[in-house]
Design a protein around this ligand. Structure first.
Ligand code: TA6
Length: 283
């Protein structure tokens, strides 16, 4: 009997989602709304991603938790809505296929009239999400389908579940310069070899190493990237948490974002050119 590798079903508020179920027992859930991964359980393991219980799941809103896909503007330093608009758009499931290492779903999105009204740059986006064994691989591809130059910043804004933020650590960033978005974009250097959390953290490490690790209560998640040169680490802590109704009360204690980002130097594509950025998670 062939195993069922995926299911298409209705998720929260009826929004369509795909559940990848490779034969080795790994599992991933993806909402077509935002091409948003909301759950990832490696084979023989437990949930690795944080998803807020008070997240909105509706047209025009972005899901709080999982892996928001950020394009064409990272953050709020630009003319577009914060973190761009594709996280709030309905993507199309193009295919789900079995690969030697698991199951891969491919979702696509093109600019529509609403997108062109605020950002007049035709594009085609593709998100490929592969789950299998201890791995989750996510690749965002952007193709410039227009006749002019296209320039963007982007991120896979991954929310990891942690058992307790006070004991979570991020390794691999020791000794590196970063910009402190909590402290008025001041440039600082991280003295500690491991980043720990005792308050709000919102740091941009430009040209960061392509591999960092999240440590949490005996658990270790490797976060590797390709094509995304920058890393952002974010935890809103108590005060900002209380201003974000879609982040469940005290949710900051159970999450940390370690994000694959391109923001320091925007990507520029000539007509017909494409770009790819990946985040590889191993638990
Ligand atoms: O990536 C970190 C960050 O830009 C923070 O500044 C923080 O505001 C966060 O993203 C969440 O943004 P959102 O628009 O999803 O509330």
């Amino acid at each position: 009997m062939t195993e069922q590798l995926f299911t298409q079903t209705a998720g929260i508020n009826g929004l369509p989602k795909v559940i990848l179920t490779p034969a080795d027992g790994a599992r991933a859930e993806i909402y077509l709304h935002g091409a948003h991964v909301t759950s990832w359980i490696p084979a023989g393991g437990e949930e690795q991603l944080f998803l807020s219980r008070t997240s909105e799941f509706k047209a025009g809103a972005s899901i709080r938790g999982g892996v928001p896909v950020i394009f064409p503007q990272f953050g709020d330093r630009g003319p577009l809505p914060k973190h761009g608009f594709v996280r709030k758009m309905e993507w199309t499931l193009k295919q789900v296929a079995s690969t030697p290492t698991g199951v891969t779903a491919v979702l696509t999105l093109s600019d529509d009239a609403a997108a062109r009204a605020i950002w007049p740059h035709p594009f085609q986006a593709e998100m490929s999400i592969a789950a299998g064994g201890k791995h989750l691989e996510m690749t965002l591809s952007i193709l410039n389908t227009g006749t002019g130059e296209l320039s963007f910043t982007s991120s896979l804004h991954t929310y990891f579940r942690v058992s307790d933020i006070q004991s979570a650590r991020v390794t691999g960033l020791g000794g590196l310069p970063y910009v402190d978005a909590v402290g008025a974009w001041t440039e600082r250097v991280q003295d500690e070899s491991e980043l720990a959390f005792q308050g709000e953290v919102d740091r941009v490490y430009y040209n960061a190493p392509s591999e960092v690790e999240l440590l949490d209560a005996g658990r270790r998640v490797k976060v590797a990237t390709r094509g995304f040169p920058d890393v952002v680490v974010w935890n809103p802590w108590e005060k900002l948490n209380s201003r974000l109704p879609d982040l469940e009360p005290a949710g900051y204690r159970r999450m940390v974002c370690v994000e694959a980002v391109v923001t320091g130097k925007p990507v520029t594509l000539q007509p017909g050119e494409s770009w790819k950025g990946s985040q590889f998670l191993t638990a």
